[in-house]
Design a protein around this ligand. Structure first.
Ligand SMILES: Nc1nc2c(ncn2[C@@H]2O[C@H](COP(=O)(O)OP(=O)(O)OP(=O)(O)O)[C@@H](O)[C@H]2O)c(=O)[nH]1
Ligand SMILES: [Mg+2]
Length: 460
């Protein structure tokens, strides 16, 4: 994304398609002048953007070559109190696919350039309005599928992670400055007590990096969600259970065996965790080719999932296939669901408990579904999750950088203990400081920025 920062950019900030209103956002040094050309205010108190005060709304029409394009409200935001820190104008037009497209095109005709994905947020970053973790939090907020994910993203936007990273980076830079000062004065050895102090600072820095790294699992769960395969014999009630967990009828339920032939995927928020449930074809040995394919897909769904819900129909005796799958998937994180407890029971909870945690439910009446949700949450967080971990919850990118920092710190710590050359200590320490700086964008390459911002949608 090496596009010029001098350009004034424009994009549709709302989703494509029909809606009540659509917003075209224009940002850059010429934003006011560009909208001046196309906006015709109506009424005495409504002004041209260039005459208007910041954070004010104006009513009028977008007109191009004597053609009225749309009736709009124009909001003027003057630099620097804006998202990008540049002059920004937001045109709220009617939300038709065509009107919003024409309004956007008119801003382009008047001199704006179509923004690239994430370019508004990139400008916010480059103009110092946000650091890199906060810019990423904007994307996390947009993509958040559960309230818990959203909460974590909001903490990151507020700078919770940034503050910790900045403090860590500053501590380590002080140590680095100290070591480098001694390189410049080779006659002076580091005094023994200074040596110990530096060593203990490196150690506590390393511990702090490890603490941050421990939140990577929560970060991954909140951002990417957790895949959960629902498996079991035909008619065990897999699709019924999926519908219960989703809270609406997504999959077809019927008493005919082999109803579900394809895999169905749907995300639900379970105790704040985004879980991607995968409903599969019932597992049975089959000569029917389509169904054999379904069974192959079920196995694949299990392979690709972190969690398995194995459903047993408790109103019938346990089948050889179930025994086989109890064995086959024993190393998976798994819950055994005893379904149809509203009917007379042929399988007991006790006999299944030798294999794994058992949750009795009725996918028909909803009995036991709350307990199942609790059990899912517990198995995913592996017990109690620290609320602090949810607030920091680093991303995969942060994790990679922190791992690099950790290695650099460990090497410089070892070199310092062994009283090796100061250049060597400084070199590894510099690697660590740079890796940490990369997290907040203090040290960043164009490639890295392109990669991050291209994941955004256009208009953000
Ligand atoms: N009584 C009772 N019936 C249930 C329960 N859960 C599911 N059923 C019934 O069992 C039948 C099969 O349910 P489905 O949800 O379609 O089962 P499935 O496992 O998805 O079946 P396939 O897609 O064919 O593999 C339907 O008639 C459901 O109404 C339950 O808890 N109690
Ligand atoms: Mg089904």
């Amino acid at each position: 994304m090496s596009a010029s920062m001098d350009d004034t950019i424009a994009a549709l900030a709302t989703p494509l398609g029909e809606g009540g209103i659509a917003v075209v956002r224009v940002s850059g040094s010429k934003a006011l002048a560009i909208v001046d050309q196309i906006f015709h205010p109506k009424g005495s108190r409504n002004l041209q953007p260039s005459q208007a005060e910041t954070h004010t709304v104006h009513y009028g029409h977008i007109i191009w070559e004597n053609q009225v394009i749309d009736e709009v409200l124009v909001t003027v935001f003057r630099s620097p109190r804006t998202f990008t820190r540049e002059d920004t104008v937001e045109i709220s037009c009617h939300g038709g696919a065509l009107t919003s497209k024409l309004t956007l095109e008119t801003t382009l005709n008047a001199g704006a350039r179509l923004a690239q994905p994430g370019e508004f947020t990139q400008r916010a970053f480059l103009n110092g309005r946000l650091d890199l973790t906060q810019a990423e939090a904007v994307a996390d907020i947009i993509h958040a599928r559960t309230e818990l994910s959203l909460k974590a993203a909001n903490e990151q936007l507020a700078g919770k992670l940034s503050q910790k990273i900045e403090a860590l980076r500053e501590d380590l830079m002080l140590v680095l400055a100290h070591v480098e000062a001694h390189i410049d004065f080779p006659d002076e050895d580091i005094a023994p007590d200074t040596h110990d102090q530096l060593l203990s600072k490196l150690r506590s820095g390393n511990q702090f990096v490890e603490e941050l790294l421990r939140t990577a699992r929560e970060g991954k769960i909140l951002r990417n969600g957790v895949r959960c395969a629902i498996i079991g014999r035909p008619n065990a009630g897999k699709s019924s259970l999926l519908n219960q967990l989703l809270g609406h009828d997504r999959a077809i339920v019927s008493e005919t065996e082999g109803t579900t032939r394809d895999t169905i995927e749907e995300t639900a928020s379970i105790r704040g965790i985004p879980i991607i449930f995968v409903d599969t074809a019932g597992i049975r040995e089959s000569k029917d080719e389509i169904e054999a394919e379904g069974i192959r897909r079920s196995r694949k769904a299990v392979e690709q999932s972190e969690i398995v819900l194995h459903i047993l129909d408790a109103s019938t005796v346990i089948h050889d296939m179930d025994q086989a799958f109890l064995e086959e998937f024993r190393s998976k994180k798994r819950l055994l669901i005893l379904n149809k407890v509203d009917l007379p029971q042929k399988i007991s909870k006790e006999e299944m408990e030798v294999h794994d945690t058992v949750i009795p439910v009725s996918a028909r009446t909803g009995q036991g579904i709350d307990a199942l949700k609790d059990a899912l949450s517990a198995i995913i967080w592996e017990g109690q999750v620290q609320s602090e971990n949810l607030e920091i919850a680093i991303s995969a990118r942060h994790q990679t950088a922190l791992n690099r920092a950790k290695e650099g710190l460990a090497r410089s710590e070892a070199a310092l203990s062994a009283e090796e050359s100061l250049e060597l200590i400084a070199m590894d320490l510099r690697i660590a400081v740079e890796a940490i700086g990369e997290i907040v964008g203090k040290t960043s390459t164009e490639d890295l920025l392109d990669k991050i911002f291209s994941q955004f949608c256009i208009g953000k």
